[in-house]
Design a protein around this ligand. Structure first.
Ligand code: CA
Length: 228
């Protein structure tokens, strides 16, 4: 059973969302305040977090969750599109966001993507493809058209995560967690940028005019599904 913790004070959003998640087979625990949600973190596979809560800023809720060492994926709901950079890019620790008003189908797709990311289940991602880049995850091989790419282990993991979510932004935090197994902020930003730049070089991609890996400023990176 997948347990979703929903933190949203607006019943007009929380109630239909709870029903929809329930229909998808998730076990939903809904909270209208930050404090009651923080008291109910055990056994949680995913947090859906509204930023505008009555008793605490949602970003502080995310920070509190991370400060407890929990890597549970956090999907933020925000009406404050101008704060999106802060949510995913800086240290708040959220993994993805949806801006209000959102389409239910989009939110459910994000939920599935986040859970897949942490599940690490390779069976449905044995082969990953976007544009002319193809990865055979099981065989640990990557190709660009017919040419096999010579990647280090970290470059391979990085490409795997980006390709798996091709078309979507993968946050820097998510990449750090999945590829380096932690969110140690100190040296990590530079490490991630270096690996992205090496990967781009091997793909013949130009950071200033990328065909494959686009930098989404303040957030992360997106592997493009179609050449620009
Ligand atoms: Ca609210």
């Amino acid at each position: 059973m997948t347990n979703v913790l929903l933190v949203e004070d607006d019943a007009a959003i929380a109630e239909p969302l709870t029903r929809a998640l329930g229909r998808e087979g998730y076990n939903v625990r809904a909270h209208g305040t930050a404090q009651s949600a923080l008291d109910d973190l055990a056994e949680t596979d995913l947090v859906i977090l509204d930023l505008g809560l009555p008793d605490m800023d949602g970003l502080d809720v995310a920070r509190r969750i991370r400060s407890q060492g929990l890597t549970t994926p956090i999907l933020v709901l925000t009406a404050r599109a101008d704060e999106v950079d802060m949510v995913v890019g800086l240290d708040a620790g959220a993994d993805d966001y949806v801006t209000k008003p959102f389409r239910l189908a989009e939110l459910l797709a994000r939920v599935r993507a986040l859970l897949r990311r942490v599940g690490g289940d390779l069976t449905d991602e044995d082969e990953l493809v976007a544009q002319d880049v193809r990865m055979d995850v099981g065989a640990h091989r990557a190709f660009q058209a017919k040419r096999e790419l010579q990647l280090t282990a970290k470059e391979f993991d990085l490409l795997r995560v980006l390709l798996r979510d091709a078309g979507s932004v993968v946050s820097r935090d998510a990449l750090m967690r999945e590829v380096w197994g932690g969110t140690d902020a100190a040296g990590s930003t530079k490490t991630l940028d270096m690996h992205v730049s090496w990967l781009r070089r091997k793909l013949g991609d130009d950071a200033n005019d990328p065909h494959y890996i686009t930098t989404v400023r303040g957030m992360g990176f997106r592997f493009e599904t179609a050449a620009s």
